[in-house]
Design a protein around this ligand. Structure first.
Ligand code: BG6
Length: 502
């Protein structure tokens, strides 16, 4: 039984129920599976089904051509219970409902509690679940999935971990990071550790620098209130991007089980060089905010004009960080990571820039631009591309750059699971590999905390960038002698170097 707290919120309808529907359609759900939504809205089972299934805009496309009986049998697996006016209340009513559904549908007392509420409620909800003896694994297993943000700082993340550990064991807690559910993020592990051609080069001897870009074309939309208290560093970098960094940086694990992989990821995160002094932080971090602009003839609001945002806000919607990794493999290799909203396109990619050949024998002007690159495209146009030099046919040795690529879309037979679909299935099967462990989350905060503190307490500038361009004018300053960021196109193989301006 999947019990969702905060079930009347947006995430349930937008992500969770569609993911469960996919699992249902593909035959992955156990026969006796049911969902129980719980929140503070006064809804009946039928109302809830209408909202998250039958009239859901997020399922409309999936339902096209589907028999009414199939949709109905899916909807009939979904129930709702009203918690009253407060999440911090007595859960006797909830416990009774769980017990009766368990009895009726034979769920063997195997329960997943999914917390999709503000994080300030996590501990209280865990306590109330525990008071009903619902966290005990005497009969059946019990798991707790928590959504991000997991803490607001290192201190609050530690408090939260400590709070939850009073009621659930670490092995019962699944901290969701939906980037880990993305097929292409997991493929980072496979690219590195299932091939013998990359790993020997995956170190300071061959890699010049590593660049990670996470760009979104959208702004903060309706989440201004949340985002203004968070900012790009907390919203994307501390979790999703540092998870990607850990997969790029980590040493080969002994095996593929959850603990071995997560042990190596923690080690990787702990080896990031923490920047503490103002001078280093000033030189290696850039923050900025989008300002009003016109994109393709359409007026776009600036961040400070967005609903729920303080008109004098200094919250960053763009963050770019340069850092080093203090271990044998990565000594002196700079990492450049940026994330931003209102960029020209939506794209996430990791680029491994290899060093130029140590001795150049083809003295072609511009040869330096032709150094090898490995582009790992996380989204869209998911795939992998290697840039390498080839001879231009004809006299002499003129070298041009060519691409060798693989696209997930070419696997027409394969259904690529959506992130939430994969992660929910893993949690049902008790596989925590793609969930963040307490020490991972804390190690990530340890790196991020001093940057946030510095930005808060110093007069470090917040630059502006027009909505629809690749960040502030000085964004490239971070890259020093290397030139510029690689501004990727929507298509993996395209090198556009474009930007949309008003
Ligand atoms: C969320 C952030 O975790 O990830 C959002 O809170 C962001 O601000 C989103 O838009 C991006 O996810 P994706 O999968 O669309 O890249």
């Amino acid at each position: 039984m999947l019990i969702i707290f905060g079930a009347s919120g947006d995430l349930t309808a937008r992500k969770l129920v569609p993911a469960i529907y996919n699992l249902f359609k593909e035959g992955h759900l156990p026969e006796h599976f049911v969902v129980l939504g719980a929140s503070r809205s006064n809804l009946s089972d039928a109302d809830f089904r209408q909202r998250v299934v039958l009239e859901s805009t997020y399922l409309k496309n999936k339902f096209k051509g589907e028999a009414a009986s199939v949709i109905e049998s899916f909807a009939n697996k979904i129930f709702y219970t009203d918690l009253g006016s407060d999440y911090d209340t007595d859960y006797t009513g909830l416990a009774d409902r769980i017990a009766s559904l368990n009895q009726e549908y034979g769920t063997d007392e195997n329960y997943i509690f999914y917390l999709s509420t503000p994080p300030s409620l996590y501990e209280a909800i865990a306590k109330n679940i525990c008071e009903q003896d619902l966290s005990s694994e005497a009969n059946g297993w019990k798991r707790l999935i928590v959504e991000k943000p997991f803490g607001y700082s290192l201190e609050s993340a530690k408090q939260l971990n400590k709070g939850l550990h009073q009621y659930f064991k670490e092995s019962q807690i699944y901290r969701i990071d939906h980037y880990l559910g993305k097929e292409t993020v997991q493929n980072l592990l496979v690219t590195r550790f299932a091939n013998s051609i990359f790993e020997p080069l995956w170190n300071r001897n061959y890699i010049h620098h590593v660049e990670i870009t996470n760009a979104e074309s959208g702004g903060v939309e309706k989440r201004g209130g949340y985002y203004d208290k968070s900012g790009a560093l907390r919203d994307m970098f501390q979790n999703h991007l540092l998870q990607i960094v850990s997969l790029v940086v980590m040493e080969p694990p002994i095996g593929a089980n959850a603990e071995e992989i997560r042990n190596e990821k923690v080690k990787a995160l702990k080896s990031l060089r923490i920047m503490r002094d103002a001078e280093t932080l000033h030189q290696n971090t850039i923050r900025a905010q989008y300002i009003a602009s016109t994109i393709d003839g359409e007026k776009v609001k600036g961040y400070r004009e967005e609903e729920g945002v303080d008109p004098e806000s200094t919250t960053e919607t763009y963050a770019a960080i340069k850092f080093f990794v203090d271990n044998w493999r990565w000594a002196d290799v700079p990492f450049y990571v940026r994330t931003a909203k209102r960029m020209p396109t939506k794209v996430t990619e990791v680029v491994i820039h290899f060093k130029s050949p140590h001795h150049q024998i083809f003295r072609d002007a511009g040869m330096n631009d032709k150094a090898n690159k490995l582009v790992i495209r996380i989204q869209p146009d998911e795939g992998i591309l290697i840039k390498f030099g080839v001879k231009v046919p004809g006299q002499g040795f003129k070298v041009e750059r060519a691409n060798l690529d693989f696209y997930y879309s070419s696997l027409t037979e394969t259904h690529v699971m959506e992130a939430y679909e994969r992660l929910l299935l893993d949690a049902m099967q008790g596989d925590a590999t793609l969930y963040a462990r307490a020490d991972e989350v804390e190690a990530a905060w340890e790196f991020v905390d001093p940057i946030l503190e510095y930005w808060k307490n110093s007069d470090e500038k917040v630059y502006g960038y027009s909505a629809g361009v690749w960040g502030p004018e000085n964004g490239d300053d971070l890259i020093e002698d290397l030139g510029t960021w690689r501004n990727p196109s929507e298509n993996l193989a395209e090198d556009p170097g474009f930007c949309v301006i008003c």
